[in-house]
Design a protein around this ligand. Structure first.
Ligand SMILES: [Zn+2]
Length: 244
């Protein structure tokens, strides 16, 4: 059930369901039956959607991610990329088929690497210009065509912070439906600590000690930085690094 482009939630943070007139998107099977969604309208503000993530219960997060990502994709892909004909929603919303040339088009997932580089017991975090004051988070970037996850992590650390890295390790992943990313959380070992920051991407990047990260995650008002929010995989990476 959508309200102004956002999912309706009950006070416990569970998604609200109602009979849907246009069940274009099949989201999966719940204990009490199948879940469908109409294609949500495009009226939404990212900050409001992030606030929804804060309230949403974990079992419902994948349904929200799938509905939002699929809806965004359908709204942007009404026409066949092969011949330009208008295409139809098929396979319960998991693809579109062109009645003119027969081509079938599938929703895309864009892999993004997000990583913590470690050096001498400290961890590298950066600030993007749009972050709230004081926030630092993990560096991230899209995986390029033809690239491995390991190569993408090393390239992003080189481009954004000027460091060489090795020993890339996968930690966890998170669908990020803004609009269709899969965040691939990794750690890496930096080969040096001198930084050359790409100021077109970042306001700043710094090394933080284990004690500084612990204070930030504990919510200490005197902490050296404001950590990423609890629903973000960067927070999971920091928790993992701190307790590893
Ligand atoms: Zn076509």
């Amino acid at each position: 059930m959508w309200q102004d482009g956002l999912p309706a939630l009950d006070p416990e943070g569970r998604l609200c369901w109602q009979p849907v007139r246009t069940p274009d998107l099949f989201l999966g099977l719940a204990e009490d039956g199948p879940r469908f969604s109409a294609i949500p309208d495009g009226r939404h503000d990212l900050r409001t959607q992030f606030a929804t993530l804060n309230l949403l219960q974990p079992p419902d997060a994948p349904l929200f991610a799938a509905a939002l990502s699929l809806g965004n994709w359908h709204r942007r892909h009404g026409f066949c990329a092969n011949c330009g004909g208008g295409s139809d929603v098929v396979r319960g919303g998991w693809s579109r088929r062109c009645p003119v040339c027969g081509a079938e088009h599938f929703p895309r997932v864009d892999p993004v690497v997000i990583m913590l580089a470690e050096h001498g017991g400290s961890v590298l975090l950066g600030r993007q210009p749009q972050y709230p004051p004081g926030r630092y988070s993990a560096l991230a970037g899209f995986v390029e065509v033809g690239e491995t996850i390991e190569a993408a992590v090393a390239r992003e650390l080189g481009e954004e912070a000027g460091i060489a890295a090795a020993d890339v390790r996968y930690v966890a992943s998170q669908p990020w439906p803004f609009p269709s990313s899969l965040m691939i959380g990794c750690t890496a070992r930096a080969l040096g600590s001198a930084l050359t920051i790409d100021t077109t991407e970042l306001d700043d990047a710094r090394w933080f000690t284990r004690a500084e990260v612990a204070a930030a995650l504990a919510g200490d008002p005197a902490a050296a930085f404001l950590p990423p929010p609890p629903y973000a995989i960067a927070r999971t990476l920091l928790d993992h690094w701190l307790h590893a």
